[in-house]
Design a protein around this ligand. Structure first.
Ligand code: SF4
Ligand code: SF4
Length: 82
């Protein structure tokens, strides 16, 4: 999963781009729900939020590294319940 750092300027550009609805406005900055972020696997070749963020504050979450396989599984789980 990706994460949003405190460099976030609350511009709201990323939220509508997420195909999994993983991004929302938190108490101070935008946040990513790691249980919903597939790094865009299943939808796009590139993480869409990273593509649009004007301040480049959406890195890979080092605490939540996942393989392509795991991301694909998560995508399948999410689409089954959606
Ligand atoms: Fe959503 Fe994709 Fe960004 Fe994850 S990488 S938060 S799935 S847009
Ligand atoms: Fe924050 Fe970047 Fe999303 Fe804008 S696009 S709300 S700066 S994370």
């Amino acid at each position: 999963a990706l994460m949003i750092t405190d460099e976030c300027i609350n511009c709201d550009v990323c939220e509508p781009e997420c195909p999994n609805g993983a991004i929302s406005q938190g108490p101070e900055i935008y946040v990513i729900d790691p249980s919903l972020c597939t790094e865009c696997v299943g939808h796009y070749n590139e993480p869409q939020c990273q593509q649009v963020c004007p301040v480049d504050c959406i890195p890979l979450d080092p605490e939540r590294k996942e393989t392509q396989e795991e991301l694909q599984q998560k995508y399948l789980r999410i689409s089954a319940t959606a």
